[in-house]
Design a protein around this ligand. Sequence first.
Ligand SMILES: NC(=O)c1ccc[n+]([C@@H]2O[C@H](COP(=O)([O-])OP(=O)(O)OC[C@H]3O[C@@H](n4cnc5c(N)ncnc54)[C@H](O)[C@@H]3O)[C@@H](O)[C@H]2O)c1
Length: 425
Amino acid sequence: MGYVGLTLAVAAADCGFEVFGIEINPVIKSCLKENRAHFFETGMDELICRYNNKRFNCVDKFPVDTKFDAFIITVGTPLQNGSKNPNFGAISAAIKSISQVYDGSQLVILRSTVSVGTTRNVIIPLLTKMCGKSEVFVSMCPEGTIEGKAIEELKNLPQVISGNNVRALKMAEKIFSQITNQIIKADSLEEAELIKLYCNTYRDMNFSIGNAFCLAAQTFGVDGMNVIKRANKGYKRSAIALPGFVAGPCLEKDAYILTNNMADCISRKFILNARNVNESLEDEVVEWINKNIGGLSTDKFITLSGMAFKGRPETSDLRGSSAVNIACKLNRLGYKLKLHDFVADIDEMTALGFGKAYDDLNNACENSVALLVLNNHKCYSEIEEIDNLSNDSIILDTWNVCDKLYKRYSKIYTLGNIKLGGVAN
Ligand SMILES: NC(=O)c1ccc[n+]([C@@H]2O[C@H](COP(=O)([O-])OP(=O)(O)OC[C@H]3O[C@@H](n4cnc5c(N)ncnc54)[C@H](O)[C@@H]3O)[C@@H](O)[C@H]2O)c1
């Protein structure tokens, strides 16, 4: 019942399914007892209120007297701590949890993002062993929604489905065609796994072009943000991504999940180089801070605002956030920090251990010499002044979204000119 599982559970309940959810995290379970999700998602809490303990039940064990048609696995597939290798251990644990009610006739759908071949080589052997039958029914149906608009997108986006045999494919079609009216049938489980990985890696690589061009422009003394904006303006053949952090729980890892078992070839290098360009942006920012704000007196702070991994659509999700990575790096360097976000939970931000957290930006800027704006939440464009931030304070507006602050502050920078030391316009 994480981000993917819970959104699908309530969307399926809304389409008439009777859904049982299993979760091991006590915080998530207690939030559900209070009829709310453990994260912000548009429309989510209304659906939980409507269906909780009716068509949607979060249980500790699947009831043995209930007939199940399908099981959907939505556990996380993070990278192993300190490495770039994916950890698919939660999938096996999730499969064990259906052993009491699984007899080999039901469909098992994998929705988590995995390396190519995982459904066939890991899940099918586990299931055949569990039920003692040689033929089981397995489908890989990847999740394609964006956090913040997931409920709406589940019903409107095409759903890629696949099956290890004809019956599995038909069962998957029967289920998902009741949730969305666009079904795309992949030729194989592997094709479905690859479609998911390509969609996210494409985004990662596409954004890396903007980041690479931005840094390259600055080596010529040209503002990297402005040059991309003007290259795109009125010229449809150019849609160069603007520079910015490429982060979050999916994009930070999916290129590694894709290349994890890919033969060493030029494509693999291309994909990993793009990831590297995006990751290097965090170090560029930290280096810029050291150069421009280093040597702080001990009673001064740096305010980091926009801690959630993205601002649009807005989310409270701190996982894989570049802002969190930057806070970690600055904290290690000894800087005193204050954290702010328009949506993320204060307790979750405080628990990071990098500084006091605020939901009010003005309070977060008290005694700060610099403000780093690290995501693109829509509220930034409305801010005209920050009382607690003096005129000579430094602002790094990484997404170039603080439109009205450029009149008031002269030391305001974007990612387009951090290498130039110039003032953005
Ligand atoms: N978040 C997204 O928007 C998104 C989009 C597309 C794909 N995905 C993929 O979907 C998968 C899930 O992502 P997520 O963001 O929902 O992760 P998540 O961490 O929010 O959710 C996974 C949940 O599974 C629970 N869990 C772990 N082991 C369990 C077990 N044995 N039994 C029951 N529950 C267990 C965890 O406690 C957690 O709440 C990942 O592979 C991810 O890459 C996510």
